[in-house]
Write a protein that binds this ligand. Structure first.
Ligand SMILES: NC(=O)c1ccc[n+]([C@@H]2O[C@H](COP(=O)([O-])OP(=O)(O)OC[C@H]3O[C@@H](n4cnc5c(N)ncnc54)[C@H](O)[C@@H]3O)[C@@H](O)[C@H]2O)c1
Length: 445
């Protein structure tokens, strides 16, 4: 990315929780680099609230708001240069492609999209229009994750032959995927795509390779009514807000006691039926909460990966085995989903994540025949995603001519990051090993 001389004109599509990071940045820290000129969402209540927040919280002015059918009108009338896509995963490809067809670049939240056909359509649009797509992989920008990349790139553990990676989502943040749209695989691709796109992207980046073969198992073993019944639960409910039964359920999300949740979701639901507070022990969940994946990379390295969404703590452990040694990296994350009245003004109250510096991350280098070395990590930045969000925004809006670690991600990294999860979903469905290079040929990119 290169430095921009004039301010680009941005529109944001999808004005839920995640969009606010971009709105705030364009209204405040990055106002000199880009201008927010329009918003788009299918829900007019959420659009109005986003404009109110722009004005009252971020000191900006309201911008014209458009419904999806007027997306092209928005682009031409507001002279949009770049569309930022923060709508639900299932819709990312639609807006990326419509933006490019109308002559814009696009920046999309992860995952780039959720299945092979939609991925092929995005790559076809990029080839045809020559427009640029940026996928915002904030984890790449966390200083400590960059440190891991530097250590691996230095060759100190030799050639990497295998990786062991376990990611834990806790019963607060992990549970949130089972309350709302993510719980339907058609919306999110399941956690193999929606969540693990971050993890598989990190591994692709750390190894500087791409997946070749994938085999996976996955199941719903904890959330869902049937699992709860098997554990002896007898009280069930459909949604939490205003429900006395839900008062006794620590998994419940009470939207009416938090202003942001109430205004963003509860007061908007009459328009589109989006219910943010469904019981995680209700029927209708089609995603997995426990997944195991074996991957072979084009570099020859293998990986065993596990994702658990009902863990008592959140974070990850990864170990790289190389021909000269081993690198171990352990991170505890504290996620935060506000459910109580005391958090009414909490910045993180819409489901963002926050890190707890009380449990420092560890990076341990084991060289053959030598004592282990604890590598110092920069933990000074406790902002979103290990300091990744802030650096990502600077790269997206300001740009950098100097990117020795190759952190800026385009459609190729976006494609590679979802191929492992898409292949894992196929493997689970068909019970066979998936040749990812075949899949890559199909989706292009
Ligand atoms: N990188 C990260 O750390 C991170 C964190 C949170 C969310 N995200 C991503 O951001 C995106 C949004 O997630 P969220 O948590 O803000 O969800 P959300 O439910 O809070 O907001 C989604 C918004 O999309 C809108 N929408 C739904 N269908 C639409 C359509 N057809 N056209 C236009 N708008 C539509 C909804 O009305 C809603 O306003 C997801 O893709 C998610 O993966 C990324």
């Amino acid at each position: 990315m290169s430095h921009m001389s004039t301010r680009k004109r941005y529109a944001v599509v999808g004005t839920g929780g995640r969009s606010k990071m971009y709105l705030k940045a364009l209204a405040t820290s990055h106002a000199a680099h880009g201008e927010l000129v329009a918003l788009c969402d299918l829900n007019s209540v959420r659009l109005d609230y986003a404009n109110e927040e722009l004005e009252k919280e971020f000191g900006y002015h309201p911008v014209p708001a458009y419904l999806p059918r007027d997306f092209e009108t928005m682009i031409s009338r507001e002279r949009v240069d770049t569309v930022i896509v923060t709508s639900i995963d299932r819709t990312h490809h639609t807006y990326i492609i419509r933006a490019m067809n109308a002559g814009c670049d696009a920046i999309t939240e992860k995952p780039m999209t959720i299945d092979a056909d939609k991925c092929a359509a995005i790559n076809e649009a990029i080839c045809r229009t020559g427009r640029r797509l940026t996928v915002t992989f904030n984890y790449r920008y966390a200083p400590r994750n960059a440190r891991v990349k530097e250590v691996l790139m230095s060759g100190v553990i030799g050639d990497i032959k295998s990786v062991h990676f376990e990611w834990l989502l806790d019963t607060s943040h992990g549970a949130d995927y089972f309350r709302r749209w993510h719980r339907d695989k058609r919306n999110s691709g399941g956690l193999m795509v929606h969540k693990a796109t971050h993890h598989f992207d990190l591994v692709n980046w750390w190894l500087d390779s791409s997946p070749k073969d994938v085999y996976a198992f996955g199941d719903l073993v904890f959330y869902g009514r049937e699992n709860a019944e098997e554990r002896g639960v007898t009280e069930f409910y459909d949604r939490s807000t205003g429900n006395p039964t839900a008062q006794r359920d620590p998994f419940a999300l009470h939207m009416n006691v938090n202003e942001k949740l109430r205004r963003t979701y509860l007061e908007a639901e009459s328009e589109d039926g989006y219910r943010r507070d469904q019981s995680v022990f209700s029927d209708g969940i089609s995603i997995e909460d426990d997944m195991s994946v074996l991957v072979r990379y084009n570099s020859g390295a293998t990986m065993s990966y596990h994702l658990t969404a009902y863990s008592p703590w959140e974070g990850f452990r990864i170990a790289f085995n190389g021909t000269r040694g081993r690198l171990e990296y352990n991170v505890t994350e504290v996620s935060y989903i506000s459910t109580s009245a005391s958090d009414i003004h909490g910045e993180y109250s819409l489901g963002s994540e926050k890190h707890d510096a009380d449990v420092p991350a560890e990076l341990i280098l084991h060289r053959h025949w030598q004592a282990p070395e604890h590598i110092k990590l920069d933990e000074s930045d406790e902002s979103g995603h290990g300091g990744g969000d802030i650096r990502l925004l600077a790269d997206v809006f300001v740009g950098s001519d100097d990117d020795p670690l190759g952190r800026a991600a385009d459609h190729r990294s976006g494609t590679d990051s979802i191929l492992t999860g898409i292949a894992a979903n196929l493997s689970m469905a068909e019970g066979r090993k998936i040749d990812v290079n075949d899949l890559r040929t199909r989706v292009g990119g």
